[in-house]
Design a protein around this ligand. Structure first.
Ligand SMILES: Nc1ncnc2c1ncn2[C@@H]1O[C@H](COP(=O)(O)OP(=O)(O)OP(=O)(O)O)[C@@H](O)[C@H]1O
Length: 309
């Protein structure tokens, strides 16, 4: 199932939380929904799930808005916040949900096993660690066996082991089972190894959408490349002929406009010996900060009232 967001906007009083936002979330893959705090991620997810009414634009699941889905819980599973009745066991929490949603209560035990809480499910949720709560929240989202999963900061509070478990689990849901998975985070590093695609927002607007590969190669192209060769002058000439900007300094070249692979290939073809070939471009995290720089909004500047309801 494909999720499509188009022209979505939402203001809270004078604060424009989301502005003409459009992107797609593809099936059988994990999409990271990234942006600094206050970028409008939660508001967008809430609009996706029909919890906040957009001022304009639409969000659809295979063309159908959430409110018009015939069986919403079987279509979309979401974790937006993790609140449980502390005196209730994890299992009872899930069974209450099953009854309310018209699902067989046996689903509770199935999803508990799926998220590794088969035993802990019989203990009171009030005693759960943050990681166990995250798992229980994920189990809740899975109750309806949904085609789409929408998870708001699911890695929050997980220890490294928990993050690794989550990574494997989300991959299984997307790659093996073909589900559409959308995961928000304000840290690229947290989801970098998990997601296939990214949608980056800043200040309520789309900053970048594409595959992780695109982002990585874009990151490379954005910087310069350092090359050392005993035949530097000849290499400089070749690269300039290819349209690159080349700064020659003894044996060292600083090249912009070509990737390390392109420069290596060019040198190899011309039989030029290389002693060093190194990208000076920023890492992914730096690219992410550059993309979102200055787009942060702080809650303190926003009025507390929600005007739409
Ligand atoms: N109910 C509301 N009333 C007023 N302002 C709101 C409301 N919800 C969100 N905002 C404002 O809209 C902007 C976007 O907030 P949102 O929570 O969507 O961002 P976010 O990317 O999810 O950030 P975070 O990672 O901090 O949750 C912020 O300036 C926020 O203060």
């Amino acid at each position: 199932m494909r999720v499509e967001v188009s022209g979505l906007s939402k203001s809270f009083g004078p604060v424009r939380a989301v502005s003409d936002l459009g992107f797609t979330v593809e099936p059988a893959s994990i999409t990271g929904f990234l942006g600094p705090n206050g970028a409008g991620k939660t508001t967008t997810l809430r609009m996706l799930l029909g919890l906040v009414r957009p001022d304009s634009g639409s969000a659809t699941f295979d063309g159908v808005p959430y409110a018009a889905l015939p069986r919403p819980l079987r279509t979309v599973g979401a974790v937006l916040e993790t609140a449980f009745h502390p005196a209730r066991t994890g299992r009872d929490h899930l069974r209450v949900y099953c009854r309310a949603a018209g699902l067989p209560v046996s689903r509770a035990d199935e999803v508990l096993a799926q998220v590794g809480l088969a035993d802990a499910g019989r203990r009171r949720a009030g005693g759960y660690s943050l990681g166990m709560r995250q798992r229980l929240a994920l189990a809740t989202a899975l109750l309806g066996d949904p085609a789409v999963l929408v998870l708001d900061e699911p890695a929050n509070g997980l220890d490294p082991e928990g993050i690794q478990w989550l990574r494997g689990f989300l991959r299984h849901l997307a790659h093996d089972q073909g589900r559409t998975v959308l995961v928000s985070s304000h840290l690229l590093s947290e989801v970098e190894q998990t997601v296939d695609r990214v949608v980056i927002v800043g200040g309520g607007r789309l900053v970048r959408e594409g595959s992780m590969e695109d982002l990585r190669s874009g990151a490379e192209g954005a910087g310069s490349v350092l090359v050392r060769s005993p035949d530097a002058a000849r290499l400089a000439e070749l690269l300039r002929a290819d349209g690159a900007l080349v700064d020659l300094d003894g044996e060292g070249l600083t090249v912009t406009g070509l990737t390390t692979a392109e420069i290596g290939g060019r040198a190899f073809a011309a039989g030029v010996e290389l002693h060093e070939l190194r990208s000076r471009s920023s890492g992914l995290e730096e690219i992410y900060f550059q993309l979102t720089a200055g787009r942060e909004q702080y809650a303190a500047t926003a009025p507390a009232e929600e005007t739409a309801r």
